[in-house]
Write a protein that binds this ligand. Structure first.
Ligand SMILES: Cc1cc2nc3c(=O)[nH]c(=O)nc-3n(C[C@H](O)[C@H](O)[C@H](O)COP(=O)(O)OP(=O)(O)OC[C@H]3O[C@@H](n4cnc5c(N)ncnc54)[C@H](O)[C@@H]3O)c2cc1C
Length: 443
């Protein structure tokens, strides 16, 4: 194809641009935000919150950008494996999985390096501007209208049109794709929502030698507490570049954490031992930043009967689920891989990309299933309940309880949590039988 245009140059847009550079002579990424050298920007304020990179996301990152792990580690990211990656449920440390790997880095640090790699690819251009609308013609999207960024005075306010064989929506959760489709006489994808009313607060701490064997510590409420933070506060911390700990605390509805540093520290002291220790021994750097996440959302493009050719969507514009499970970056990478395999079938870019959306729906379903099953355990989350929820909940509670005690059950659990396997894999007879044995022995 001659030209592909990617709308949004954050993580999903960057992965899409990487994929498209294998298929198009020219790839133009249009990004509204000035991300600067530190990569923080304003367009996606969640960038400043803790971002864990799941094992599957890390594998895909390295697959699409070979050598990037070494580059990140050389810049100060911390690699963690086995017992350095600690997951707690109801305040109890789960059996460590020896080969589980995670990388500790802030999101801007990671994304800036991915952006540099993408910008260096032949034929790829990253342009600052805001996409305003799609251009339609002959049953397909034939391009995009955008305005150059307002801090480029020579171009301010000028509307530009850019022809494209394929347009990718990577504009995140607030994408206006649905409105543009309606305006062009097409249907928008049905939106599924689950209200969760989650609050997040993230802070950075100076890292010394206090916990040399910890890269990630993650604490969540589980079956023993009825999914209420009664046994320990939910939160996580990651060793990141610049010899710092990044710590996040989470809570729902009236239990949402605030900005007050004293409250933040008090709450860390009610959390699992590593977070408690950081609160006691490390200096808080800068302010506590909060984020409110009212609902998980997904747009189901596979339900559409009419869809224009020349258009796909990736990342949060398709699905944005409870961030507690850390799936977004990995989902973006997996969708890029789906786009790659779709294009490798020889699909014509001008044709409706329904087969791409079907492929991507498999990974989106997996992420949604995992987060929805866990979220529905919260008393304040009232649905919608998926079919088979009661059975799934029962099985997940048993597997979670056994995963604290047994490394093989925990491996099966972590393979799903890290998106290496589909949630269906937890219902394999071998996993269920081992879970039953472990729980019977523990009684
Ligand atoms: C509090 C919080 C914590 C999270 N923690 C994790 C975590 O631990 N691990 C994890 O994997 N995921 C996490 N996530 C999810 C993750 O942040 C998202 O899944 C990820 O940002 C999605 O990337 P994206 O590129 O689709 O969208 P975004 O990152 O939202 O980027 C969209 C981009 O599009 C640009 N844009 C928007 N409109 C236009 C336009 N009209 N024209 C041009 N550009 C435009 C924006 O400026 C922005 O740069 C978290 C999310 C939240 C809210």
């Amino acid at each position: 194809m001659r030209r592909a245009v990617v709308l949004g140059g954050s993580i999903a847009g960057l992965y899409a641009a990487r994929v498209l550079s294998d298929h198009a002579d020219e790839v133009v990424v249009i990004e509204a935000d000035d991300l600067g050298e530190d990569g923080t920007g304003r367009g996606a304020p969640q960038r400043l919150q803790l971002h864990a990179l799941l094992a599957m996301g890390h594998a895909h990152l390295e697959g699409w950008f070979p050598g990037i792990t070494a580059e990140l580690v050389a810049g100060g990211a911390r690699p963690g494996v086995g017992h350095e990656v600690q997951f707690y449920v109801d305040g109890t440390l789960k059996a460590p999985v020896p080969d589980l790997r995670m990388l500790g880095a802030t999101r801007p640090f990671l994304e800036t390096r991915v952006r540099r790699r993408v910008a260096a690819l032949p034929g790829v251009r990253i342009v600052r501007g805001r996409a305003r609308d799609l251009l339609f013609g002959s049953g397909r999207v034939r391009g995009v209208r955008y305005t150059a960024a307002d801090d480029a005075p020579d171009q301010a306010g000028r509307g530009e049109e850019l022809d494209a064989d394929l347009v990718v929506d990577a504009m995140g959760r607030s994408s206006r794709l649905g409105t543009w489709l309606l305006r062009g006489g097409w249907d928008q994808a049905p939106l599924h929502r689950m209200r969760i009313d989650l609050g997040y607060a993230t802070a950075l701490f100076r890292r010394g030698d206090e916990l040399p064997r910890t890269v990630v510590a993650h604490a969540s409420p589980g079956p023993a507490s009825g999914y209420q933070p009664t046994l320990s506060e939910p939160g996580a911390m990651v060793a990141v570049e610049g010899d710092r700990w990044m710590v996040v605390l989470a809570g729902y509805t009236g239990h949402r954490p605030g900005r007050d540093p004293a409250d933040f520290l008090a709450r860390m002291r009610r959390c699992v031992p590593p977070l408690h220790e950081v609160a006691d021994r490390c200096a808080l750097l800068g302010e506590v930043r909060t984020f409110h996440f009212p609902e998980s959302r997904r747009r189901d493009f596979t339900r559409l009967r009419r869809f224009p050719g020349g258009l796909v969507a990736v990342g949060d514009s398709v699905a944005s689920v409870n961030p507690i499970y850390g799936q977004g970056l990995t989902l973006a990478a997996l969708q890029a891989t789906c786009l790659s395999s779709y294009l490798r079938t020889g699909a014509r870019p001008h044709a409706p990309a329904l087969d791409y959306f079907r492929r991507a729906a498999v990974v989106v379903d997996a992420a949604w299933q995992l987060s929805a099953t866990a979220d529905l355990a919260q008393p304040h989350v009232t649905g919608p309940y998926p079919r088979g929820y009661r059975l799934a909940r029962w099985a997940v509670d048993k597997i979670t309880a056994a995963s604290v005690l047994d490394v093989e059950v925990n491996r099966a659990f972590m393979d799903v949590a890290h998106m290496r396997r589909h949630p269906k894999s937890l219902t394999r007879p071998a996993v269920l039988a081992r879970t039953a044995r472990v729980l019977a022995t523990a009684r």
